[in-house]
Ligand binder design. Structure first.
Ligand SMILES: CC(C)(COP(=O)(O)OP(=O)(O)OC[C@H]1O[C@@H](n2cnc3c(N)ncnc32)[C@H](O)[C@@H]1OP(=O)(O)O)[C@@H](O)C(=O)NCCC(=O)NCCS
Length: 161
């Protein structure tokens, strides 16, 4: 398995795999695939990586700038349902975080299940979020401090209907 930046030809499979991964999940509004396209159209897909096995795309992760300078949001992140729980998601996230670190990012935030994201060093930080989220869902990983002084909001592309 190789982790590499997305190519123009990957856009359709990223859309399909994102829809498939989030289908039926209770916390999802099924907008994730369109969010990725809106981020791409806005030039806000700061990092977009695919996990590929030869020509087959197994998973995808996006990172986009948030309102705090030098900080990024992780997500959406998706692995085809039949390929989940075999390390693809972790490999994508670790590579993305390494790339953020290498480019001197201040840190990364996300909305997700803390039981999954703790392993990467994320910690719940509800006071940092300008929006509303279930307890524990908004998480922060500081890469090169300081923690942002003002509350953080995601890129407007996340509000796509
Ligand atoms: C979340 C997701 C990207 C993880 O990728 P993955 O390749 O399945 O996960 P990995 O194989 O890297 O990691 C597996 C580990 O994560 C755990 N895990 C996977 N999904 C989890 C979840 N939603 N909540 C908590 N733990 C989860 C597994 O139990 C496993 O733990 P273990 O290593 O202690 O056994 C993938 O499952 C997915 O696409 N899910 C549907 C879409 C989604 O929920 N995206 C994230 C929204 S925040």
């Amino acid at each position: 398995m190789q982790i590499r930046p997305e190519r123009p030809a990957d856009a359709a499979v990223i859309h399909a795999l994102t829809e498939a991964a989030f289908e039926g999940l209770p916390f999802s509004g099924q907008t994730e695939a369109r969010v990725i396209e809106a981020l791409r159209a806005a030039g806000a897909l700061a990092i977009s990586l695919v996990a590929a096995d030869g020509d087959e795309v197994l998973g995808h992760v996006a990172f986009s700038p948030v309102s705090a300078a030098g900080w990024f949001a992780l997500g959406p992140v998706s692995v085809w349902p039949a390929r989940q729980r075999s390390g693809v998601g972790q490999a994508l996230i670790r590579e993305g975080l390494q790339r953020l670190r290498a480019q001197g990012a201040g840190g990364c935030v996300l909305l997700g299940n803390p039981a999954y994201y703790r392993r990467f060093g994320f910690e719940p930080d509800p006071d940092l979020y300008a929006g509303r989220a279930p307890p524990g869902a908004f998480q922060r990983l500081t890469l090169a401090g300081p923690r942002p002084a003002a509350k953080v909001s995601f890129h407007p592309a996340f509000e796509v209907a």
